[in-house]
Design a protein around this ligand. Structure first.
Ligand SMILES: [Zn+2]
Length: 164
């Protein structure tokens, strides 16, 4: 679909990778998760695992966390080997005027299918053939006409407002 890191239209996989840096008493853990293309998975799996391998061990609980994170990264990396690489000419999808006009004929179908619970990525794939647009373009278009519902965020300010 669309890689959430580089934006390229390519096969993606849902993945989470960790990096951990031990600082004697505390440890810093970073993570990346989302739909990533093969190239970005390779890049982040290598970078995160190397950082963890060299800087992860230096702390009390870091000593236990480091091998766990390394194993999680390794398993995810191995599982991502089945993912097809991005086509050589892959780029981020754009919506030109012609494509927009063409997709506008399918507007009701896009909105209707999403409202009935169809998953955005599979909707984009299903409509690609009949619309003549790429799945990435349809995905972008669907975000335009039917943006995802905002996630409820619990913030201290919001909590105070409700409590008042
Ligand atoms: Zn990518």
């Amino acid at each position: 679909m669309i890689c959430q890191v580089c934006g390229v239209e390519a096969p993606t996989r849902s993945i989470f990778l960790f990096q951990h840096v031990g600082l004697i008493l505390i440890g810093l853990t970073g993570r990346i998760n989302g739909q990533l293309c093969r190239r970005c998975i390779n890049r982040y799996a290598l970078r995160f695992s190397l950082i963890t391998l060299f800087f992860g061990w230096w702390g009390w609980h870091s000593l236990f966390l480091t091998p766990i994170f390394l194993i999680i990264n390794l398993i995810q990396f191995i599982r991502s080997r089945s993912l097809a690489p991005a086509p050589p000419n892959a780029q981020a999808p754009t919506l030109d005027e012609v494509t927009l006009k063409r997709l506008d004929r399918y507007r009701d179908e896009v909105v209707g299918q999403l409202a009935s619970g169809q998953e955005r990525a599979s909707l984009a794939h299903n409509l690609a053939f009949q619309t003549g647009a790429t799945p990435g373009q349809i995905y972008l278009y669907s975000l335009l006409v039917a943006p995802p519902a905002a996630k409820r965020r619990w913030t201290i300010a919001g909590w105070l407002r409700r409590a008042a």
